[in-house]
Design a protein around this ligand. Structure first.
Ligand SMILES: C[S@@+](CC[C@H](N)C(=O)[O-])C[C@H]1O[C@@H](n2cnc3c(N)ncnc32)[C@H](O)[C@@H]1O
Length: 307
């Protein structure tokens, strides 16, 4: 495996837009259509239909959490699943750099949003993974972070089960915890935060998240919150949250472009605008986001974090 994953278009391996798998889908194919080749029952995942039934062998699906981006944050189980896949259906975020290290016969289908292309709708992603598995392939659905945290992994599991496809899930390092960690921020810390509340910032905070941030013993971790940051700040302040509550915004966690911006709640919107903060980013609100909490942080990274 190569050392660091790359994100966005930089990490996209060879591929062409608008392949036959759906609008915006990109795929790499080397060495023919590995995804639809017939399997025997002795191959892993090659659960054939009943002998003589005339039905094609049935494949399987593995949802793989790829972590926040760095390839060396993939788990060993994730790597093994990827190496054994006939087809990899990949998101834009996450350890896309690993795609370059797959066998030449692995068929890669890109379904994440890239500049100039809309993401493939979830229904279409479900259709792709089910169709390829029904045709006999071992399909790995490579997802950013952990499949079950804002990853729509549950919907993909249900789609497979409804189609009678065997499906497994490989947990991944979620950006909600791993990205702050790589920036030297523990989401809980004895004496500072006794719990953590992870929420989507899309469109602002819901009432449970607002209550969390006001009552300042639990860390609030916000994903998908950059474009709603000023709304989030207003909601928290209106609810009576201490304006000096520490805020840290970690962009592109685990990649060479990782950047940490530290500020306080009442200044967070202005600071983020001034600094040009952009997605993907994790926003941490609470005492754990205070600069120097762990003392040893340098430039937003713990010593050794890049090993
Ligand atoms: C649709 S959610 C998927 C979360 C993913 N399933 C996980 O467990 O990390 C996408 C959001 O995750 C966060 N995110 C994912 N990767 C990130 C990274 N490398 N650095 C910062 N934030 C990241 C951002 O808030 C982004 O908008």
């Amino acid at each position: 495996m190569s050392g660091q994953g790359r994100q966005g278009t930089e990490g996209r391996p060879r591929g062409r837009p608008d392949g036959p798998s759906g609008p915006g889908a990109r795929r790499r194919r080397r060495g023919g259509d590995a995804g639809v080749r017939a399997r025997t029952t002795s191959e892993p995942g090659g659960a054939a239909g009943p002998p003589g039934s005339g039905h094609p062998p049935r494949g399987r699906v593995t949802l793989v959490g790829g972590g926040p981006g760095a390839v060396d944050l993939l788990t060993l189980r994730a790597w093994r699943a990827l190496r054994s896949a006939d087809v990899v259906v990949a998101d834009r975020l996450g350890a896309v750099g690993v795609l370059d290290d797959l066998p030449a016969t692995t068929d890669v289908v890109h379904v994440g949003k890239t500049s100039g292309h809309h993401p493939v709708p979830q229904d279409e992603i479900n259709r792709i993974i089910v169709a390829r598995a029904l045709a006999g392939a071992h399909v790995v659905r490579l997802k950013g972070g952990d499949p079950f945290l804002f990853g729509r992994g549950g919907e993909e599991v249900l789609a497979c089960r409804e189609a009678g496809i065997e499906v497994d899930v490989v947990p991944g390092v979620t950006s909600a915890v791993g990205v702050p960690e790589l920036a030297g921020i523990p989401v809980t810390h004895r004496g500072t935060a006794r719990g953590v509340h992870i929420t989507s910032g899309h469109g602002g905070l819901d009432t449970a998240a607002i209550a969390t941030v006001r009552e300042n013993t639990t860390t609030l971790v916000v994903l998908m919150g950059v474009s709603s940051l000023s709304t989030i700040v207003q909601q928290a302040l209106r609810a009576g949250t201490d304006p000096a509550t520490p805020v840290a915004i970690v962009e592109n966690g685990s990649t060479p472009a990782q950047r940490v911006t530290r500020t306080r709640l009442d200044e967070a919107g202005d600071v983020a605008t001034r600094e040009g903060v952009a997605a993907p980013a994790v926003i941490v609100i609470g005492g754990v986001a205070a600069d120097g909490l762990l003392g040893g942080a340098r430039d937003g990274r713990l010593a050794g974090a890049g090993v």
